[in-house]
Design a protein around this ligand. Structure first.
Ligand SMILES: [Cu+2]
Length: 462
């Protein structure tokens, strides 16, 4: 398939994607990108019909071609985050041309970290599962039976964890605590860009395998939902900052010492990179269902996310010392991995960790709470609106030296925090990436897992 980039650009221009460098505030209400796991059957049916139309017209061939052609300029470079932000917005705008209310769903892979293969996205009525033995073509889900054109005419392939033996469970990817520490410990653009690319980004690409471990990965629509999630995590970082580093932009390894500027144009798009730092401006007229757009420096409308989700369950989990980072970790460990929890014991729970608690954790919490509820001290309990007895947060605060610290050895193996796995060298070589940087990221993840297990922490997400 021979397509020149100039043809691609003119095709995009036709639908109004690359026609303007406007970066004014979005005039309309922002479109909301929703978590794919909350899509109902009819939501997915609407999505599917738009997808099939756009696929039939060949747009995904163009988009995949762009990503494949520019691959080396977009990965391990400063452009990684802003370019993919603009790119997925371009795809969203294209799909919206055919369906006025279309928004890109995002896939929060962290919520499935313990057993990724059983994620809702791999269901046969969603995106389908692993590729079949032999040619690795998927046999069910959205793209089963469809033909793709890049790099040649082919089916969509998946190869979970790239194991020779078929049907092994997919290796785990990052859990919410790793995500939270990544955001919490990032002090500048380099940090967040590094940790997102070598962490959540690489694990999901690698462990799904097939098209997803190739520069033609956008053939798999999971690519766009995964990058929407990375974008959402970047936005959480941007919202977290007190604005001091918001326009910080620095080179990475793949820039090979080249000086970069936030006023450079994005590859392919003739727009300054800085335009894609602000969400809620220019083409980026979206928000996520759990974030607010980044407002500009000095903007008086800046506001934090209000924690509105499932507060009774979150409160319950917070009241179990073993499940609460702020109470189970000693002050030094807390400061090392979750510095914002030291300052404000609510921030990580409300802003950086999901409030979707696993059913296992819910029942473990009930068991762990039993002895405490039988012997309440006179003023330590309160009854929530649904009648649940929760222990007041101050009894488990990080600042409270009398918090109960259970013995780490008492945590059963299946409730221990799972150890990370290494990204295989074959992937790193194939993706032209740095082995040393992956090792840095792996060691960080291992250190966190060991610290959580040493403390006797039980994750509410596994
Ligand atoms: Cu990419």
């Amino acid at each position: 398939m021979k397509i020149s980039l100039s043809v691609v650009v003119s095709a995009l221009t036709l639908i109004g994607g690359v026609t303007s460098q406007s970066n004014s505030r979005c005039s309309t209400d922002l479109y909301e990108r929703r978590n794919i796991r909350n899509y109902s059957g009819s939501d997915f049916a609407a999505f599917r019909s738009t997808y099939l139309k756009v696929h039939k017209l060949g747009w995904f061939g163009w988009f995949t071609y762009i990503h494949k052609t520019l691959y080396d300029a977009l990965h391990e470079t400063a452009e990684f985050l802003p370019w993919h932000r603009r790119y997925i917005t371009e795809v969203e705008l294209t799909m919206r041309y055919y369906d006025k209310s279309f928004t890109l769903p995002y896939f929060d892979s962290n919520s499935d970290c313990k057993d990724p293969a059983s994620s809702v996205i791999f269901r046969s009525d969603f995106f389908g599962g692993n590729g079949r033995d032999g040619d690795r073509c998927i046999t069910n889900g959205l793209a089963a039976g469809l033909q793709f054109e890049v790099p040649n005419t082919k089916c969509l392939q998946r190869d979970f964890t790239r194991d020779e033996k078929f049907n092994l469970p997919i290796e785990r990817w990052q859990c919410p605590e790793e995500m939270s520490t990544s955001i919490d410990n990032s002090r500048n653009f380099f940090d967040i860009s590094f940790v997102l690319e070598y962490g959540v980004h690489a694990k999901v690409h690698n462990n799904i395998g097939g098209d997803m471990i190739n520069p033609h990965s956008p053939n798999d629509f999971i690519f766009f939902m995964h990058h929407a999630n990375i974008d959402r995590l970047w936005l959480k970082y941007q919202n977290k900052q007190n604005n001091n580093n918001k326009y910080d932009y620095t080179s990475r390894d793949g820039d090979k010492g080249r000086r970069v500027s936030i006023n450079d144009d994005l590859s392919l798009f003739s727009e300054p990179i800085i335009n894609n730092f602000d969400v809620g401006y220019g083409f980026n007229c979206y928000k996520y269902d759990d974030t607010y757009p980044v407002f500009r420096r000095g903007d008086s409308n800046m506001k934090k996310r209000q924690d509105s989700t499932n507060s009774a369950l979150t409160d319950k989990i917070k009241s179990v010392p073993q499940m609460n980072l702020a109470s189970i970790l000693d002050a030094d460990t807390l400061a090392e991995f979750f510095p914002s929890l030291v300052k404000d014991s609510t921030e990580v729970t409300t802003n950086l960790l999901p409030s979707t608690i696993s059913p296992t954790a819910d029942s473990v919490a009930d068991t762990l709470l039993q002895p405490m509820l039988q012997a309440p001290s006179p003023n330590s309990n309160t009854t929530t609106s649904d009648g649940f007895q929760a222990i007041r947060p101050q009894t488990i605060s990080a600042k409270n030296g009398t918090a109960i610290r259970p013995k780490a050895a008492s945590v059963p193996d299946d409730l221990k925090y799972p150890l990370p796995n290494r990204i295989p060298e074959s992937y790193i070589v194939m993706m032209h990436m740095s082995k040393e940087n992956f090792e840095i990221q792996y060691q960080r993840e291992l250190k966190l897992a060991n610290a959580l297990n040493a403390a006797g922490y039980i994750s509410p997400y596994i």
